[in-house]
Design a protein around this ligand. Structure first.
Ligand SMILES: CC(C)(COP(=O)(O)OP(=O)(O)OC[C@H]1O[C@@H](n2cnc3c(N)ncnc32)[C@H](O)[C@@H]1OP(=O)(O)O)[C@@H](O)C(=O)NCCC(=O)NCCS
Length: 257
């Protein structure tokens, strides 16, 4: 990691479970384990072998300082269904069902941009007792006093500055940043080069397309990107975006109105 400290989500409720959103299925709370088991053999499953998965695997390799053929650890791609190649980019591919059935220690992350798919798979893995692992490029920069939930992916050159709170299973793709005092929900996806300036609140499941730029909010009045909202590539967002709407353009306006 390129910066100083990055806390996990202890500022959340202390309950064994907490809701991702009102009325949704509770997500089991599992503490993040950064290290490798002291003994034995562990499998790191990266769910998703599409573009983002194939971009993320080398980040995981680098983060773990993994050497192919190690006795204690192996890295695999995990995909849904049984119709898959034996290998992708030299890594074995395993079905999710097979991954869940194994009994060695297993760590997982989900490199799938679709929030709802990511959530469904994350819940399945958590309920099976697997440990989420955040994947943070050594070329990412995480500065000061941030609280970041488990299962995050920070691609190379992603940045979080200071005093941001970020939920679980966040994706920050290449060159995206989260600036000071932002509050990012769960299962939020930032495509490459998203500029999320200070004092912005992004709801659960929101998707921000490549190069989206968000106007800074204020301490007493953050700019709000609603739950499940989609911000199109290159949009310049000056005003709040309602939940489950899509906005595009400069200035950003609703796509469907
Ligand atoms: C906004 C978005 C989600 C809309 O997708 P969609 O619902 O499939 O929309 P369509 O492609 O059918 O386009 C609908 C209209 O919106 C316009 N439009 C789509 N995306 C736009 C954008 N980012 N900015 C401006 N206009 C856009 C289209 O030109 C089209 O206009 P028209 O009806 O006048 O022809 C999508 O275009 C987008 O920006 N996705 C983000 C992609 C991305 O960043 N991926 C990262 C991969 S790592």
């Amino acid at each position: 990691m390129g910066g100083s400290h990055c806390e996990t989500d202890d500022n959340r409720a202390d309950d064994q479970t907490w809701e991702c959103d009102s009325g949704s299925e509770p997500v089991p709370k599992v503490r993040e384990t950064a290290g490798v088991p002291s003994a034995g053999y562990a499998t790191y499953g990266l769910v998703g072998a599409g573009g983002f998965g194939r971009e993320t695997m080398p980040v995981l390799v680098d983060m773990l300082d993994y050497r192919p053929g190690e006795a204690e650890r192996r890295l695999v791609f995990v995909v849904e269904g049984d119709d898959h190649p034996a290998q992708v980019n030299g890594f074995p591919v395993m079905s999710l069902a097979a991954f869940l059935r194994r009994d060695e220690p297993r760590y997982f992350n989900v490199a799938i941009a679709d929030s709802q798919v990511r959530k469904r798979i994350a819940i399945t893995c958590l309920q099976a007792g697997l440990e989420p692992i955040s994947i943070i490029s050594r070329h990412a920069v995480i500065l000061d006093a941030n609280a970041i939930g488990e299962g995050a992916i920070f691609a190379p050159f992603a940045t979080v500055t200071s005093n941001a709170t970020i939920g679980r299973f966040f994706h920050a793709n290449l060159y995206s940043y989260v600036a000071h005092d932002c509050r990012i929900g769960d299962f939020v996806t930032f495509a490459p080069a998203v500029r999320c300036n200070g004092h912005i609140a992004v709801g659960d499941y929101a998707y921000l397309g490549t190069g989206a730029t968000l106007k800074p909010g204020q301490a007493d009045r953050p700019l709000v990107i609603g739950e499940g909202a989609v911000v199109g590539m290159g949009a310049v967002v000056l005003k709040d975006v309602a939940p489950y709407t899509t906005v595009v353009g400069n200035p950003a306006r609703s796509l469907r109105c």
